[in-house]
Design a protein around this ligand. Sequence first.
Ligand code: DC
Length: 210
Amino acid sequence: MIIAIDGPSGVGKGTLAKLLAKKTGYEYLDTGALYRAVTLYMIEKGIDCDDKDSIINQITNISDNELLKLTANPKIREEEVSINVSKIAVYQEVRDFLYDFQVNFSKNPKGAILDGRDIGTVICPDADIKLFITASPQVRALRRHKENKEKGLESDYQEVFRQLKARDERDASRNIAPCKPADGAIIIDTSNLSREQVLEKAMKIIKNKS
Ligand code: DC
């Protein structure tokens, strides 16, 4: 069983995917963390993320083990990585490099849940279940703003909103693997739903399929 979960940033798909993994016992892969891991690797090597040729030269030196180790490094959530990751994610060679890792993961006999931007469209077009999670930009920005404050970080709602809209625009308009619902994806708008309600909807969809 493969469950593909796509959607823009700050929509709560990671939270949903983790809850679903707990309920179903399927293995979970946060594919955004893979792009962040590659970004951190390049930054630590002193490579400029705009320097496509150097990135492509270096990328094949990253082993699967190293990639996994980097995904567990808290530095992948820091601002320097967050700013640079969308540059790295547009290089087709980077996407190709990460493709096999994701496809192999999806074949886990226990069942697999992958979340990202192109899981239902590119990585697992034959997934048993494809979900596309959305919420209005206002709601997503407010959620992110609250999260920042809970973590004790300084946060300005207007600035969070502006950055989120800019990222949406970049992710949706890029030519390579843009963030859009896959054919056959079920769209869940979480703007007016609690975490529990979203989980309940997704569980219903899974039960109907299995
Ligand atoms: O979900 P996230 O914020 O951790 O994703 C980090 C970046 O990676 C973001 O710019 C979108 C990109 N990404 C992607 O292009 N394809 C994926 N499957 C997952 C993430």
